[in-house]
Design a protein around this ligand. Structure first.
Ligand code: SAH
Length: 344
């Protein structure tokens, strides 16, 4: 932004002024930026544009969760979910149109992949949600847990999360911006060099055989080196990796899986987050019973691990984890492959 103003022959502090107007007051009209001269406002309107996303559909769940379907200029659509809680308001942000990974328990996967979101399209979701919910409910936490694999859209995700953490923009601390990944090891190593967002890992299985089935990316980046890359990212401090574990009835929720997971996590800086599976049409999986989830969690706690169970939010409007679908013009031919597989 400073470079932009420099190119206009303006002082660099104009950058912070405009950043605040856009990201703290959610203004999208240069004319409203009253601490800029009239002439500068006019010049800006000639050379630049502030364009937020447009929502073509908005839904509010009985529990207050809100979901927006945002339309992109290319005609594709992605979803953003706002989750109000007592002490925080979390926004779940998408990073790609669809997803190129093929996790078997996720509905985004079934839609295939179209393209990366730009950094503006990613941070625009935070801008848009703040504008919609207003000052009282200002977004306090962002999780990159919507559609897409953030580490496969590396540069744009890093740029967008830097804006989320910038004092002149959203000013969120690094503890309040969390990037969730299925585990792209080389990108994790690069991330350590350029960012300090909080990390969540979609583990979902305690051994490679099972994880290969659930998260096919595991065949390329298996568990042992993946956990090493995550703890290297976190470093020596007190921070922890959120380890996401979706609870699938009879698949990964048995006592033997809990035992194996406890062993795997013994020397790993984890907070384990159990996620009750959220069903979607044509899925072959079922959610683990409440008893199975409780027993699984209690076993891990007994082994000295930190465990939370994610409360399912917004499932009445298909806004829960793994239920985001948007509208994706698939370019990976996955939908065709899936249809062929179903047919025979
Ligand atoms: N690709 C990244 C970001 C998506 S995060 C990642 O894999 O981490 C979305 C989270 O919801 C992930 O932990 C994902 O595994 C989980 N999830 C996907 N489908 C789900 C479903 N049907 N029910 C519950 N959780 C699901």
């Amino acid at each position: 932004m400073e470079a932009f103003f420099a190119s206009m022959g303006e002082k660099s502090f104009r950058a912070t002024q405009v950043m605040k107007w856009i990201h703290q007051l959610w203004v999208d009209d240069f004319d409203a930026m009253t601490n800029l001269s009239k002439t500068l406002r006019q010049r800006l309107a000639e050379v630049a544009e502030i364009r937020g996303p447009t929502a073509i559909h908005a839904q509010i769940s009985a529990d207050g969760t809100r979901k927006w379907l945002l339309e992109l200029p290319c005609g594709n659509r992605v979803e953003t979910v706002f989750i109000p809680e007592e002490r925080r308001n979390t926004l779940c942000v998408s990073s790609q149109v669809g997803c190129a990974l093929d996790c078997t328990f996720c509905s985004t996967a079934q839609q295939g992949f179209n393209r990366n979101l730009s950094s503006a399209e990613i941070v625009g979701q935070v801008w848009f949600a703040n504008k919609e919910v207003g000052e009282q409910q200002r977004v306090s936490n962002v999780v990159l847990m919507g559609m897409g694999e953030p580490l496969l859209n590396f540069n744009n995700v890093v740029m967008a999360s830097n804006v989320m953490m910038d004092d002149f923009a959203y000013g969120l601390s690094k503890r309040r911006v969390t990037l969730s990944t299925a585990g792209v090891i080389p990108a994790l190593e690069r991330l350590a060099q350029v960012s300090d967002v909080s990390l969540a890992l979609s583990l979902h299985a305690p051994n490679d055989d099972l994880r290969n089935q659930l998260v096919p990316l595991n065949r390329k980046y298996p568990i042992a080196p993946l956990l090493k890359a995550c703890s290297d990212y976190i470093g020596q401090g007190r921070r922890k990796v959120t380890v996401e574990y979706v609870m699938l009835d009879g698949v990964n929720d048995r006592p033997e899986h809990a035992r194996e997971l406890a062993r795997l996590m013994r020397n790993f800086p984890a907070k384990i987050n159990l996620i009750p599976f959220n069903p979607f049409p044509e899925t072959r999986y079922r959610r683990s019973s409440a008893q199975a989830i409780a027993a699984f969690g209690e076993y891990l706690v007994g082994k000295g691990l930190i465990v939370t169970t994610r409360r399912t939010r917004g499932d009445d409007i298909d806004a829960a984890c793994g239920q985001l679908v948007g509208k994706v013009d698939d370019r990976s031919r996955r939908t065709e492959r899936n249809a062929a597989a179903m047919a025979g």
